[in-house]
Ligand binder design. Structure first.
Ligand code: ZN
Ligand code: ZN
Length: 319
């Protein structure tokens, strides 16, 4: 069972995305790249080098539904007739008519983001949406934890690894403990747990960072020898990365707590202090990251949280 990486360019700050071709029956593509001309060309060229064509693809599997990973799923599916698309049920980015914007808006209001900033984030978000075609409900099937994706001479086991997004999945080839992990494991970047509504109760916030730490521990328990991430080089020493991530999380948490004044602060206040230079594209990610760390600190009893005027105010415990 050959796993062939194909690097596909994206218009995003993160750089190219890694898609993975499983060159065996049924021919499977894990992640697709965004909907741009450059991405389609790079993907076709990558397939051609491996002696395949789009029409050979039988299965399109998505690690998660961010535009740089799922953007071409719909058009590849249409071109490779009879191919199926698989994505976890907790993902929403690929869905037609999702209500996510309103739910997101509520989360941003509660995080203390001013209305004009929310308007800007919305415009940015709509721009990003143009890099993916939506899939109708009958155009994809759901991935489930522990499901086996069978191939002629082996299989990949689905490992649900929520955190970066609620429905992020990784795929384990047990024979040599190779893992394809999407944006859950990135060699040079600490993955950003993105602010999302809880998939079970959308009026609540998904506890992305706490979930993410559980996912990392689960991956560690699988003792992967090689981890293929969604961007950048593969990781051969997961243990080192795991410890580095944990250090980064606790350092960031200490910083976030330090930035809260006696009078308390919203996530937005803290994000502005933490990332003063963030332009509008990155302000949403800045708020996401800040909320994730504040939530974790609150869960761990290091911060108190109260609602004032529809906004959540964090205070240091005991103050
Ligand atoms: Zn992502
Ligand atoms: Zn990505």
């Amino acid at each position: 069972m050959r796993i062939i990486p194909i690097s596909v360019p994206t218009p995003f700050y993160v750089g190219p995305v890694n898609c993975y071709l499983i060159a065996e029956d049924p021919v499977t593509l894990i992640d697709t790249g965004p909907k741009t001309k450059e991405a389609v060309e790079a993907l076709r060229e990558g397939l051609r080098r491996a002696r395949f064509r789009v029409s050979d693809i039988r299965r399109i599997v998505l690690t998660h539904a961010h535009e740089d990973h799922c953007g071409l799923a719909r058009s590849l599916r249409d071109e490779a007739k009879d191919s199926i698309v698989l994505v976890h049920g907790w993902e929403t980015g690929h869905r037609v008519g999702r209500l996510e914007y309103d739910e997101h808006r509520q989360l941003l209001v509660r995080a203390g983001v001013p209305p004009e900033e929310i308007g800007q984030m919305r415009r940015m978000y709509e721009g990003v949406r143009a890099y993916a075609d939506a899939l109708e409900d009958d155009q994809y099937s759901e991935l489930r934890d522990e499901m086996e994706l069978e191939f002629a001479t082996g299989s990949l086991r689905v490992i649900h690894t929520p955190g970066h997004t609620p429905g992020s999945c990784s795929f384990l080839r047990e024979a040599d403990r190779t893992l394809i992990a999407g944006d859950c494991v990135l060699k040079r970047i600490t993955p950003n747990p993105v602010l999302s509504p809880d998939p079970v109760d959308p009026s609540r916030r998904f506890h992305s960072l706490a979930e993410y730490l559980v996912s990392l521990a689960r991956i560690r328990s699988l003792s992967p020898t090689l981890v293929h991430g969604g961007h950048g080089d593969s990781v051969t020493d997961f243990e080192e990365l795991f410890n580095r991530y944990l250090r980064a999380v606790s350092e960031r948490q200490a910083e976030v707590i330090r930035l809260i004044p006696k009078s308390g602060a919203t996530a937005w206040d803290v994000a502005r202090e933490l990332f003063p230079g963030a332009d509008d594209v990155h302000r949403f990610l800045a708020v996401s990251e800040t909320v994730a760390h504040l939530d974790l600190a609150h869960t761990e009893g290091k911060l108190a949280l109260e609602l004032g005027d529809g906004r959540e105010i964090y205070r240091k415990s005991g103050q």
